[in-house]
Design a binder for this molecule. Structure first.
Ligand code: PBG
Length: 335
């Protein structure tokens, strides 16, 4: 890196940074960060039923799809060149232990099968967490008022295995229970799936920005909050410890989530680790831009690009975003 004293030695009028901003062609040449279609993972919600495509009110342009309907959306993503999708499930029945989460014929498992059959060349990632499947809405089993760790691990590993057996290319545990990466790696290996990678939501914060997602997935906790398992937004060193542990347990890709309020974490993690880093541009980050744009307060398209570039500039190697289709269309027509 060039020490910037070189520039401070040559002050105005010799040094005029505006020369390199004069027109779009010059700006293109000196641009340091570029978005590419290769960067994006598109999250999709799959719901029980047939012929369902219902818009999520708090996430304009995003829908809950039944298995038969989601395939068309995945085809569209594939035709735009998006490399990967991640699936979330909305089951018909919820119960205390989230048993639909590991039903081999559950909604995500069926969606994986249908997608792999009709769109074999898109990478299918599945979210591994039981909050969409439990009656209490927590990511772990509940005893009294506590979310218990170790008893949950078994359920998560069973869930991951059913996803992979259905054909998932990668699993992404988002529950924040301690030790989940290890048990998932173990069960996959034991069953011969040694080549299926794990993308772990390693530094996942207890965030207000998950609001629209919880509407979409009907997964707001019925009591308490997620602060005993998701991270305190005030902490940065703790993210490093979480990530270290997940890498040791076998995570191939680690994730920071949310993205925009945690760009410092993404940056720091990129400096400290040499594994691929995913950042989740979560539902609230998406919906804020959409809402402000609908009100005419900001230019939504410019806001989208600026937000996504900031995540990449901070150091993310890949971005999970509800903007995936929109940004893909935008990139096709040239940045
Ligand atoms: C948990 C999970 C959540 C999100 C992804 N996985 C919600 C939560 O932790 O409450 C949120 C993603 C988003 O807001 O876009 N299964």
């Amino acid at each position: 890196m060039v020490p910037h004293t070189r520039f401070t030695n040559m002050p105005f009028p010799i040094n005029r940074p505006r020369r390199l901003r004069k027109n779009e062609n010059i700006r293109r040449l000196v641009r340091e960060t570029r978005l590419s279609i290769d960067d994006f993972i598109y999250p999709l919600f799959v719901k029980f039923g047939k012929g369902v495509k219902e818009e999520i009110p708090s996430m304009p342009g995003n829908y809950r799809y039944s298995v038969d309907m989601v395939v068309d959306e995945v085809k569209e993503a594939r035709s735009l060149g998006i490399p990967a999708i991640i699936l979330f499930g909305i089951p018909e029945k919820k119960d205390e232990v989230g048993s639909e989460a590991y039903n081999p014929k559950g909604v995500v498992q069926e969606a994986v099968r249908a997608i792999k059959k009709d769109v074999p060349d898109i990478l299918v990632i599945t979210d591994v967490c039981i909050d969409e499947y439990t009656s209490h809405g927590h990511c772990g089993l509940v005893k009294g008022n506590e979310i218990v760790n170790d008893a949950t691990l078994h359920i998560l590993s069973k869930m991951a295995l059913t996803h992979v057996k259905a054909g998932a290319d990668m699993v992404a545990p988002s529950d924040m229970m301690d030790g989940r990466v290890r048990v998932i790696r173990e069960i996959l290996d034991k069953n011969g799936y040694t080549d299926i990678p794990i993308m772990s939501y390693a530094a996942k914060y207890a965030s207000a920005f998950y609001g629209p997602f919880r509407d979409a997935a009907d997964s707001t906790p019925k009591f308490g909050d997620r602060k005993s398992y998701q991270m305190d937004p005030s902490n940065s060193d703790e993210a490093i410890r979480e990530i270290e542990l997940d890498i040791e347990e076998g995570a191939d890709i680690i994730m920071v989530k949310p993205a925009l309020p945690y760009l410092d974490i993404i940056y720091r993690v990129k400096q400290e680790f040499d594994v691929p880093i995913a950042a989740y541009n979560v539902s609230g980050e998406f919906s804020m831009i959409k809402a402000a744009s609908e009100k005419g307060w900001i230019d939504g398209e410019k806001g989208m690009i600026e937000a996504l570039i900031s995540i990449k500039r901070a150091g993310a190697d890949m971005i999970l975003t509800y903007f995936a289709i929109e940004v893909a269309r935008f990139l096709k027509h040239g940045l």
